[in-house]
Design a protein around this ligand. Structure first.
Ligand SMILES: Cc1cc2nc3c(=O)[nH]c(=O)nc-3n(C[C@H](O)[C@H](O)[C@H](O)COP(=O)(O)O)c2cc1C
Length: 339
């Protein structure tokens, strides 16, 4: 039996989705992306069901933090225990998410070795149990899966047909194998195949394609050619923070064409929001990695990124940016702004 489609039925086709990205798409970056262009749907970083159900909970619960402006929003989870999926799914429903997404694609070796995420492609029995437990716990909240097309070899037809038989509200297909990680080109033929299998089976499962979409033109071309209902974009947003605005037809410019002062203002906004949200407990090294997203395509941007990489506090990072604004031509000596 298919479950209630909920949010998935309210999205106009083709809809855009901000991909889940660990250490990237936390509540802070999601609010930045929302302000810069607003995708139709967003997803949290993947969150461990084991972590949520054990003493490690305080370390992972922040991944599920969100503000109302980030909705519609899916919580993405991973793990191997049906009992824990049952518990976590009902908690996620109570938290006010619009859906629960199960990660069946992450290729990180440690995680694969535990039989989780991408390794589930080789364990359909457990995959089915996890989906059933999530559906039971979610009590009507839509459950979806994000997956790849195989472990070492592509076996899209078999695996995607299997997943489609599990009554999912939506299925996101990243057209690479686990072993491929991010290498090679994503196979959008596998996305088209998922659409065909869905139609042949007469199902209403939404199909979302993912992989290598970096422009509004590619968004519409991929959606048209594959007939996917939605397109999920991850890394493309680092290259152009205004990508989702461009997809909506509302972007006046690409992010890279902004004046340096405006790029710095966006980064400052991120730094301020990060400090406000996570305080000193927030992992500053994770924040620093965003410097390259904002500080790009202008004279001296590389040196400014280097200087940011040497800071250790929000205040120090702000000082580096302010110093550059006062005297853009002068390189900021690395590390000078740390207290
Ligand atoms: C830094 C980073 C972190 C990621 N973390 C997750 C994650 O938590 N869950 C997930 O399903 N995929 C994760 N992915 C994979 C992306 O969601 C997406 O499938 C992949 O980047 C391909 O899409 P793209 O070419 O649009 O980036 C991550 C990717 C990157 C680059």
């Amino acid at each position: 039996m298919n479950q209630s489609p909920g949010i998935w039925d309210r999205l106009a086709v083709p809809f855009s989705v901000l991909a889940p990205m660990e250490d990237v798409t936390d509540t802070v970056f999601r609010r930045i992306v929302q302000a810069a262009g607003a995708p139709d749907l967003m997803v949290t970083e993947f969150t461990s069901t084991d972590g949520l159900c054990t003493a490690g909970r305080p370390r992972v619960i922040g991944r599920l933090a969100f503000t109302p402006g980030e909705k519609p929003l899916l919580a993405q989870v991973w793990g191997n225990s049906p009992e824990r999926y049952l518990r976590v799914a009902s908690e996620i429903r109570a938290m006010g998410f619009d859906g629960l997404d199960i990660n069946m694609g992450c290729p990180v070796r440690k995680i694969i070795a535990r039989g989780s995420c991408g390794a589930l492609i080789q364990n359909p029995g457990l995959a089915a149990e996890l989906i059933a437990a999530a559906r039971e716990g979610a009590g009507g909240l839509p459950v979806s899966v994000k997956t790849r097309i195989g472990v070492s070899q592509p076996r899209a037809a078999e695996w995607l047909a299997f997943l489609l038989s599990q009554g999912l509200a939506a299925l996101t297909v990243h057209g690479r194998t686990v072993v491929q990680q991010s290498e090679g080109a994503a196979d959008w033929g596998a996305v088209a195949l998922a659409v065909r299998l869905r139609d042949e089976a007469g199902l209403s499962t939404r199909i979302v394609g993912n992989g290598d979409v970096r422009t509004a033109e590619a968004f519409y071309r991929r959606a048209r050619e594959s007939r996917a209902d939605g397109v999920m974009i991850g890394r493309g947003v680092f290259e152009n923070l205004f990508l989702f605005a461009a997809i909506r037809g509302g972007a006046e410019t690409e992010f890279s064409a902004l004046a340096p002062r405006e790029k710095i203002a966006w980064f400052r906004r991120h730094i301020d929001l990060h400090e406000e949200t996570w305080g000193r407990a927030g992992r500053f090294d994770v924040l620093k990695k965003f410097a390259k997203t904002y500080l790009r395509a202008f004279e001296g941007a590389g040196r400014l990124v280097d200087a940011i990489m040497h800071t250790r506090t929000h205040a120090a990072a702000r000082e580096v940016l302010d110093a550059w604004l006062l005297q853009p031509a002068v390189a900021v000596p690395a590390g000078n702004a740390d207290p």
